[in-house]
Design a binder for this molecule. Structure first.
Ligand SMILES: [Zn+2]
Length: 78
Protein backbone atom coordinates (compact mmCIF):
# COMPACT_ATOMS: atom_id res chain seq x y z
CA UNK A 1 0.00 0.00 0.00
CA UNK A 2 1.21 3.46 -0.87
CA UNK A 3 2.17 5.94 1.84
CA UNK A 4 -0.44 8.29 0.38
CA UNK A 5 -3.85 7.10 1.63
CA UNK A 6 -5.68 9.12 -1.01
CA UNK A 7 -3.80 7.42 -3.80
CA UNK A 8 -4.63 4.05 -2.31
CA UNK A 9 -8.28 4.97 -1.90
CA UNK A 10 -8.44 6.26 -5.46
CA UNK A 11 -7.15 3.03 -6.92
CA UNK A 12 -9.77 1.10 -4.96
CA UNK A 13 -12.65 3.40 -5.87
CA UNK A 14 -13.64 1.56 -9.04
CA UNK A 15 -13.62 -1.93 -7.48
CA UNK A 16 -15.39 -0.37 -4.49
CA UNK A 17 -18.17 0.81 -6.79
CA UNK A 18 -18.19 -2.59 -8.45
CA UNK A 19 -18.62 -4.21 -5.03
CA UNK A 20 -15.79 -6.59 -5.70
CA UNK A 21 -13.62 -5.70 -2.70
CA UNK A 22 -13.10 -7.79 0.38
CA UNK A 23 -14.77 -6.70 3.60
CA UNK A 24 -11.46 -5.40 4.93
CA UNK A 25 -10.89 -3.29 1.82
CA UNK A 26 -14.43 -1.92 1.92
CA UNK A 27 -13.96 -1.01 5.57
CA UNK A 28 -10.73 0.79 4.74
CA UNK A 29 -12.36 2.82 1.96
CA UNK A 30 -15.41 3.56 4.10
CA UNK A 31 -13.15 4.86 6.84
CA UNK A 32 -11.11 6.96 4.47
CA UNK A 33 -14.17 8.45 2.73
CA UNK A 34 -15.50 9.53 6.09
CA UNK A 35 -12.43 11.50 7.01
CA UNK A 36 -11.32 12.73 3.59
CA UNK A 37 -13.59 15.16 1.78
CA UNK A 38 -11.47 15.00 -1.38
CA UNK A 39 -11.96 11.27 -1.79
CA UNK A 40 -15.58 11.31 -0.69
CA UNK A 41 -16.28 13.98 -3.33
CA UNK A 42 -14.53 11.82 -5.88
CA UNK A 43 -16.60 8.88 -4.78
CA UNK A 44 -19.85 10.84 -5.11
CA UNK A 45 -18.72 12.01 -8.55
CA UNK A 46 -17.84 8.51 -9.76
CA UNK A 47 -21.10 7.15 -8.42
CA UNK A 48 -23.11 9.91 -10.14
CA UNK A 49 -21.27 9.20 -13.36
CA UNK A 50 -22.18 5.53 -13.15
CA UNK A 51 -25.80 6.38 -12.47
CA UNK A 52 -25.76 8.62 -15.55
CA UNK A 53 -24.18 5.91 -17.69
CA UNK A 54 -26.61 3.33 -16.41
CA UNK A 55 -29.60 5.54 -17.18
CA UNK A 56 -28.19 6.08 -20.66
CA UNK A 57 -28.03 2.34 -21.23
CA UNK A 58 -31.57 1.83 -20.00
CA UNK A 59 -32.68 4.61 -22.35
CA UNK A 60 -33.72 6.89 -19.54
CA UNK A 61 -32.87 10.44 -20.53
CA UNK A 62 -30.08 12.09 -18.57
CA UNK A 63 -31.34 15.49 -17.36
CA UNK A 64 -30.20 18.45 -19.42
CA UNK A 65 -26.91 19.82 -18.17
CA UNK A 66 -26.29 16.91 -15.83
CA UNK A 67 -22.97 15.88 -17.35
CA UNK A 68 -22.02 19.53 -17.69
CA UNK A 69 -22.70 20.08 -13.98
CA UNK A 70 -20.62 17.05 -13.09
CA UNK A 71 -17.80 18.27 -15.24
CA UNK A 72 -17.88 21.74 -13.69
CA UNK A 73 -18.01 20.25 -10.21
CA UNK A 74 -14.99 18.14 -11.03
CA UNK A 75 -12.96 21.01 -12.44
CA UNK A 76 -13.85 23.19 -9.44
CA UNK A 77 -11.93 20.73 -7.35
CA UNK A 78 -8.95 20.46 -9.65
ZN1 LIG B 1 -8.42 10.84 0.46
Amino acid sequence: MSADPCRGAESLLQPYLDRVLTEAEVARIDGHLQECSYCSDRYVFERSLRTAVKSCCSEEPVPDGFVERLRRRCSDQA
